[in-house]
Design a protein around this ligand. Structure first.
Ligand SMILES: [Zn+2]
Length: 172
């Protein structure tokens, strides 16, 4: 069992949010993740599948890869992973393989969340490793960052479509 300290959780989640900004700056869906062990950051990641041409380049995968390298071990035992969005099935599988002790996430993902929203892979009866979960930490800020990104992208698409229509009509 882990002693849950909400102030501590919010502190690391704010850091994960700042990493999500790096994803956003590259035009990626803004999700950020940080791996913490004994009060120290040992891995950081942000979403970059488009930039990297890599469907596995989710924030969690990148953060845990860095943490495992840091530890010199493919298992990152006793660590806590903070991520702004509920992990998907791929990331949840990786989290179990890595033996991460605890996952803290901000916004639930009602479409692909594998930490309880759509399925529960972090605490699956058939698996021999169960991950502690804390959810809804800075939920509003985490969710708003993603929805603002999609709002802006829709507006940009609309604007460029409109521009195309205007250019087209001017040319006629
Ligand atoms: Zn994922």
């Amino acid at each position: 069992m882990h002693i849950v300290n909400q102030e501590e959780d919010e502190k690391w989640m704010r850091h994960a949010l700042s990493l999500a900004d790096k994803a956003e700056a590259m035009g990626e869906v803004p999700v950020g993740a940080v791996v913490v062990l004994n009060g120290n950051i040992i891995g950081e990641g942000w979403n970059s599948p488009i930039t990297d041409h890599d469907p596995s380049a989710h924030a969690e995968i990148r953060a845990v890869r860095q943490a495992a390298l840091h530890k010199g071990n493919y298992r990152v035992v006793d660590a806590t992973l903070y991520v702004t969005l509920e992990p998907c099935a791929m990331c949840a599988g990786m989290i179990v393989h890595a033996r991460i002790a605890r996952v803290v996430f901000g916004a639930p993902d009602l479409k692909t969340g594998a930490a309880g929203s759509v399925m529960q892979l972090l605490q699956h009866n058939a698996l021999n490793h169960q991950v502690d979960i804390t959810s809804h930490i800075l939920q509003q800020a985490c969710a708003e960052k993603i929805s603002a990104f999609f709002r802006r992208r829709r507006a940009e698409k609309k604007a460029s479509k409109l521009k195309a229509v205007i250019t087209d009509s001017l040319e006629k």
